[in-house]
Design a protein around this ligand. Sequence first.
Ligand code: KIV
Ligand code: NA
Length: 279
Amino acid sequence: TKPVTIQTIRDLHRKKIPITMLTAHDFPSASLASAAGMDIILVGDSLAMVSLGMPDTSEVTLDDMILHARSVSRAAGPSFTVGDLPMGCYEVSPEQALQSAIRMVKEGRMQSVKLEGGVECADTIKRITTAGISVCGHVGLTPQRQHALGGFRVQGKTVSAAEKVLADARAVQDAGAFATVLECVPPEIASIITSKLSIPTIGIGAGNGCSGQVLVQMDMLGCRPRGSFLPKFVRQYGDVWERSLAAVEQYRDEVKTRSYPAEQHNYAVDSAVVETFRA
Ligand code: KIV
Ligand code: NA
């Protein structure tokens, strides 16, 4: 398979073929995403919750992200890779942001970076893209600002709020981003915004009128305890938790009853050796 590049993504967008993006946080999850032919693999800072068990994304560091990004890069295959810049490593100045982006590329081995924010991030995105590093934007609901936004809330539900999301998306585009994530925006608003942009929108909780879709892999695979919270926009395609739990419970039972390991798992030894050894 040919590697997915920025040009491939532009071609898909021009041909109105939906762009597929999925998160990965380590070698196996990236292997899976790549084997399934994802156009883009995102090392999202959602790894803070789904992989590191943190309550939200605010605690994860650039060093954490880089360690995981590097493991993803080893399995990404032809998929294009995007590394999230976590909170705190890009807001201080465009220089700080560029330094972080360079680390994400050189140490994290990512092909591009993603950061959250619109109009206020334009200079930052420009600084990174003019240095030759591709940037994916992220507007609408920006989880790193959850407390300032008053929680995880749908964005763009009023005319002025919709205008703000559009202005943010335009700013990101004009600053040189190759695409932007559009999170938690009503589908009609997301479609209109998509039609007004020249770069692709990658939707999450933003309806099927976006140029592509992204989901958190662990969420869509059903890789967490039954009954745990899943955002409304997630379709659970898999049943990984239930299947894995059943497998580990069976292993437990088979060890307790000595039915594992069985004959076929054993290494042979000459019986003469055993008798002599015993004596
Ligand atoms: O961190 C993440 O996984 C993300 C996607 C949900 C867009 O930013
Ligand atoms: Na993220």
